[in-house]
Design a protein around this ligand. Sequence first.
Ligand code: ATP
Ligand code: MG
Length: 423
Amino acid sequence: MAENIQAIRGMHDILPDQTPRWHHVEAVLRRVMAAYGYREIRMPLVEKTELFKRSIGEVTDIVEKEMYTFEDRNGDSLTLRPEGTAGCLRACLEHGLIHNQAHRLWYAGPMFRHERPQKGRYRQFHQLGVEAYGMPGPDIDAELILLCRRLWRELGLGHKLELQLNSLGTAEERLAYRAKLVEYFRAHYEQLDEDSRRRLETNPLRILDSKNPELREVIEGAPVLAEEFGEESKAHFQGLLERLDEAGVAYGVNPRLVRGLDYYCRTVFEWVTQELGAQGTVCAGGRYDGLIEQLGGKGSAAVGFALGMERLIDLLDEPERFEAAAQPHAYLISVGGLAERKAVALAESLRDALPSLRLQEHRGGGGFKSQFKRADKSGAQVALILGDDEARDLTIGIKHLRTDAGQTTLAQAELVSFLQTLI
Ligand code: ATP
Ligand code: MG
């Protein structure tokens, strides 16, 4: 026998009993995005490799070791998108949506990173990304955070997610800080691990982001970026905190929060949970004003975030409860030559009359007993039973499958108003 071909490690099927919870989350996302005036954009899954190198940064985890990069048949280097910010900005620059304009956008879909697969960390995963262009003030940073809070609330997850905030200042301030940081870590070189020693040359801020517990102490003692802030950076961060206070958003300021991507400046934030173990960051984002110029556009403001859909869905309580929304309301059983012929037209007329009715018809023949079994398995609330007698009399049997109410008979003419009560 031929060997089964399996899915690629770290890339998962989302099976039919799981799609209802995805649909639920996606419906809430769409509603909340619309409630704040964000519009959807859809980009290709593949971009030129150069786009990610130039935006995310050559010395980030993503570009150094996580990208799915390949040569296509023309010899061009292409990459499966590891995130959406770069592609979204590329699309908006290409279509003239950036210069002198303001846009609020969102996208959702699969991202690809060659990481070590584990719970909450996959090689194909899904993100919701939200980006706001052309708005430089802290008011839009606050709006994005409020939008997140509403998402968690509507999903019943408000109590599970905590907000951490920091400011990375401007590029110049970071440069001054970088020098101090390098000096500090050089003086503590012995305490650094191999990764951090390498980062010391390439991207010393990332050392602060290290997940190695042995480095905690030396990181605790490092100088703080906020000491380098000029008036503008201070005012921006202060403006954000004031707005959050005003709206009653709880947050913690975490001076070690630097994020893994190079393009951030000023505000950065993460929503974290204690419930998912090591993969506790559900949503992360920040301001990236410099990226537009870096990609060849005219300088303008940009801020955004991405949330991991798998991690969000893992947080849902009783996710099975969403399956009811996908189960049929009714299951039509038909036994006998006349009944089987009449059943098809009957079912079609019911769908005509009730467009949101979910009606599943039995296929594949069999007696009452085996058809009832299928009806039960389908999750339907009622079985509609058509035998030859009912077909002749224009009646139909009704059996409630989820309660003890016995079987009744209705005139077919009354069926629409009966089914309406189930929808
Ligand atoms: P992490 O620190 O967990 O590696 P990150 O900094 O690489 O996250 P971002 O690039 O900011 O993450 O992506 C935003 C969100 O996307 C993360 O907070 C997480 O919820 C989700 N995410 C990132 N990488 C993965 C992955 N490999 N599998 C599943 N979800 C992911
Ligand atoms: Mg990562």
